[in-house]
Design a protein around this ligand. Structure first.
Ligand SMILES: Cc1cc2nc3c(=O)[nH]c(=O)nc-3n(C[C@H](O)[C@H](O)[C@H](O)COP(=O)(O)OP(=O)(O)OC[C@H]3O[C@@H](n4cnc5c(N)ncnc54)[C@H](O)[C@@H]3O)c2cc1C
Length: 284
């Protein structure tokens, strides 16, 4: 289908982009990779009067790795993450999760900021942001602010971002070298959105898990951390018995809905299996 008509602007700075959005309250939208927005335009699910293209904002296309963690600029593409070898040690969980995003063509264009702003409950990047307690830095007409990922996602395709704000970067806290982690998801075809997925990590002290983080995607209206599963893990050796209890806790905690792809009961069972497999990988 052809897109509805729109005006187009391609600003050269974040300030200019924000000013353009603010100049047309509620009628302007940023466009980054276009991999979610263009289909939405085609299906008339969105019809902004003005598209503000972020592609010239070179400062937003940076991956910075430092003692304080990893900072991904908003227009960093999935392909950039896959190509950045240093992320293999600086944030292996991120790298493993992003390998599941879509297909080669989509990964060449889709961006970190676009995915966070789009807020698909089954998307990997929002799931990693929530699991890892990331902060999302945004810029708006009244200046900059940081939003915790757990406060950012409000529901399907709904975030705490104001209409005249853009995401500038996402900050993932530092990743200790000996941390244990796993990521597992199930999609009907490789590259499809996950029907359910789990990201887990924990640190080890005296052979027992500490600081456990368990996040899931595809089983609710937004990515979520499962405190009940983390409580099962913390202070315990991550052995077969603990993993079995974690699996049960995951299935019991989530509240998915029936939809055209699967029943709620199926997704509840599936997410337990995803947590189990991610934990087996982490403990191995
Ligand atoms: C066939 C197909 C399969 C896919 N499979 C997956 C998958 O398995 N997992 C997955 O996670 N994703 C998947 N995607 C989505 C893909 O990852 C998108 O690229 C991503 O969701 C949006 O990124 P984008 O840069 O293309 O954003 P765009 O489409 O340009 O924008 C999406 C939304 O974000 C807003 N936006 C963009 N950038 C910013 C910013 N910096 N600040 C504020 N708002 C902004 C736009 O206004 C729009 O509302 C798939 C897409 C396709 C077409």
């Amino acid at each position: 289908m052809k897109l509805p008509p729109f005006e187009y602007a391609c600003p050269a700075s974040v300030a200019e982009a924000v000013a353009l959005l603010a100049s047309r309250p509620g009628e302007a939208k940023p466009i980054a990779g276009g991999q979610s927005l263009v289909p939405m335009l085609a299906f008339r699910l969105a019809a902004p009067a003005l598209l503000v293209d972020l592609r010239k904002l070179a400062d937003l296309r940076k991956i910075a790795i430092g003692a304080d963690g990893v900072r991904l600029g908003a227009t960093v593409r999935w392909r950039d993450i896959q190509d950045e070898a240093a992320l293999g040690t600086a944030h292996p969980l991120l790298k493993a999760a992003i390998a599941h995003v879509a297909h080669y063509q989509v990964r060449n264009r889709g961006t970190v900021g676009g995915s966070l702003a789009h807020a698909d409950p089954a998307a990997e990047m929002p799931g990693i942001a929530v699991t890892c307690e990331a902060e999302i830095a945004v810029a708006g007409p009244s200046g900059a602010r940081n939003i915790r990922a757990t406060d950012f996602f409000l529901g399907p395709l709904t975030t705490a971002l104001a209409l005249d704000e853009i995401i500038v970067e996402v900050r993932l806290p530092a990743w200790p070298a000996r941390r244990r982690w796993g990521f597992h998801e199930f999609a009907r075809r490789r590259g499809d959105f996950a029907m359910a997925g789990a990201a887990v990590f924990y640190d080890e002290a005296d052979g027992k898990a500490a600081n456990a983080h368990v996040g899931v995607i595809g089983v609710g209206d937004r990515p979520q951390r499962l405190a009940a599963v983390e409580a099962v893990l913390n202070g315990q050796p991550v052995d077969a018995a603990t993993i079995a209890r974690a699996e049960q806790a995951a299935s019991a905690t989530v509240e998915p809905q029936d939809d055209i792809h699967a029943s709620a009961a199926y997704r509840r069972a599936l997410v337990g299996t995803m947590v189990e497999r991610a934990l087996k990988a982490a403990s191995a």
